[in-house]
Ligand binder design. Sequence first.
Ligand code: PMP
Length: 430
Amino acid sequence: MAHDELLARHRAVLPDWMALYYDHPIEITRGSGRHVTDGEGRTYLDFFAGILTNGVGYDIAEISDAIRSQIDTGVLHSSTLYLIRSQVELAERIAGLSGIPDAKVFFTNSGTEANETALMLACGHRRSDQVLALRNSYHGRGFAATGVTGLRAWSPTALSPLKVAWVHGGYRYRSPFRDLSDADYVAACVADLRDVLNTATSGDVACMIVEPIQGVGGFTLPPDGLFAAFKEVLDEHGILLISDEVQTGWGRTGEHFWGIGAHGVTPDAMTFAKGLGNGLAIGGVVARGDVVDGLTANSISTFGGNPVSTAGALATLDYLLDHDLQSNAAKLGARLISGLRDVAADHPLLGDVRGKGLMVGLELVGEDRAPDPAAAVAVLEATRERGLLVGKGGLHGNVIRLAPPLSVTADEVEEALVALRDAVAEVSAR
Ligand code: PMP
């Protein structure tokens, strides 16, 4: 089928609100390492890793073999009512890696479902439907997950099963506190948290949900320690802290295995998805055992923790730990950020270059930091023309997001920097 026909059929039968990247949207038909090929035979260096789903890379033999051996048993899935060896092993591994004492794990099929579950567990545990969330957050497409999403463009309904109150902190570049020192910024956000608790809630709040680095919100980066300072306040009230690690988990941020690690605090629960399956659908919650066990009725996910996804996830986890991809993320992420700061020095269009590890955001601005979403669209197209796939996001749609597979090489980072420098120069000269 020709590309144009595929596009027309897509548009006819899939929702208008499912955005497609590019004037000429592409179909990815093959992948290898950090490269993908489209249906028209063009190969790209993928610096968005399929929105961070291909966290390790494409066509990794160890991972494909593990999935294939499970398929060869003839059992793609039967039921979570029976024992599943790889599910138990994966849960043990994640519980151990979480640092949460007496942790238990529940597997889902997506990040949304993971957050829905974590919020349900926290609200059930605390017998409260009040939740704190960060402005500029994204937590998924479910009813509760949309309710705690603090981005108008991604929160299509005002209806929510939760009573949500919003706190400053995640998005420093456009925060009223942005010009303060790190310590004063944290103090101002903590004061805001106390104020929100006292004015917009009845006090008996169930939980606070945070992304350590906001993903859809534009790879925004609060100062290290912010969430530890928040947790001190939360602990005064028994409010649980949920860290949404859907984008920041598995070593992506370089310095730490979980994004929240940068804050020196252990949350009560973490949610995960995307990179764990290296492309397979898997997500889940890891949380304090007493919180997980607090449900007062049966509950299952039919496919969550199925043997194919958990076998693939175990192999992914082995691969990223055996190859120390977290260190690779730290080293090459630092190079990516320093290379991009050099580009920013020549091009004021790059108002902010920020990130940690292989999660790097470029905020495109005009005079007085005015958001420039048209420039972001132009950079997206200009990088694609140069054989590089990147992402877009942010409250104003003016942030370019870079998140290559964690196995990216030094040469590939240099190649991406050249493409980005040229693309930014071209768009700046418009
Ligand atoms: N949380 C975060 C931080 C995310 O970035 C996303 C997906 N972009 C989700 C939750 C939802 O995950 P999914 O699309 O798998 O439901």
